[in-house]
Design a protein around this ligand. Structure first.
Ligand code: NDP
Length: 257
């Protein structure tokens, strides 16, 4: 009974930015729960192909498409192509994101806008064509990758925190508008995870590294695989009456605020 509740057999999940890092860990989790996986990235087809091979080597049916989530024309064309070539998207994980660590007084407006365009507007751009089809079919699960920074102020990540705080509210509003169409929209808010995004600060002796390890009640960086359980729960029928929520997976940091 419990395994059936969390099973994703027969479902297709599109996970953006799943060429590595958190996206790849969540896609692996959804794939192992039975979903067919569709991933994207924007930088190189070779990187996408390599990632698809990694999923397939793990016994997961996987497909890869290259497009930029900030470009509406590319997104709309890609969603049509995926639905024709792979099948209806039942689960969308908006994971693609960037960060720029610059104090607000020094940050060029163009850099601020690039972060908002990717981490907030990009989710809106990516979600609409998928959600239109989910609403028509009266079924769908959308998971937006927010951040612990949806809730906090911290030095040098103002643009990122503004985007992720906005994404929490976008999640609530998508959930509110689409609940009656049986589309659930939730967020996952990771704490600090060991990925390429955090590589520059994950160095022994770096003040941020020491701060993160000492401030996280669990006393360590998160492993991207720690996000799989929340992703499977929010993608499965186990969460059918859960919508508009953000599940924080942060080793206890927000509990201390
Ligand atoms: P990475 O930088 O390791 O990976 C980001 C992924 O997003 C890559 O696959 C990248 O593709 C893709 N991407 C970026 N911009 C675009 C775009 N415009 N269009 C399509 N794909 C794009 O990040 P993480 O794995 O660390 O983070 C994943 C998500 O989790 C992000 O939203 C991040 O903000 C969030 N998060 C991460 C935390 C952490 O501690 N690492 C903490 C809290 C939240 P490509 O390689 O082709 O550019």
């Amino acid at each position: 009974m419990s395994s059936e509740l969390f099973s994703l057999k027969g479902k297709t999940a599109l996970i953006t930015g799943a060429t590595h890092g958190i996206g790849m860990a969540m896609a692996m989790g959804l794939g192992k729960a039975g979903a067919k996986i569709v991933i994207n990235g924007r930088s190189s087809q070779e990187k996408i192909d390599r990632a698809v091979e990694t999923y397939q080597a793990a016994g997961i049916e996987a497909y890869g498409y290259r497009f930029d989530v900030t470009d509406e024309n590319q997104v709309v064309a890609a969603v049509d192509k995926i639905e024709q070539e792979v099948g209806a998207v039942d689960i969308l994980v908006n994971n693609a994101g960037i960060i720029k660590r610059v104090p607000l007084l020094d940050m060029p407006v163009a850099d601020f806008e690039e972060v908002i365009k990717t981490d907030l507007t990009g989710v809106f751009t990516m979600t609409r064509p998928v959600a239109r089809k989910m609403v028509e079919r009266r079924a769908g699960k959308i998971i937006n990758i927010c951040s612990m920074m949806s809730e906090l102020g911290r030095n040098s990540v103002g643009a990122y925190a503004a985007a992720k705080g906005g994404l929490k509210m976008l999640t609530r509003n998508m959930a509110t508008e689409w609940a009656k169409h049986n589309v659930q929209v939730n967020g996952i808010g990771p704490g600090y995870f060991a990925t390429s995004q955090t590589e520059p600060i994950r160095v022994d002796g770096h003040p941020m590294n020491d701060f993160i390890v000492s401030r996280t009640p669990a006393g360590k960086w998160g492993d991207p695989d720690d996000l799989q359980g929340a992703a499977i729960f929010l993608a499965s029928k186990a969460s059918n009456f859960v919508t508009g929520q953000v599940v924080y997976v942060d080793g206890g940091i927000l509990a201390t605020i």
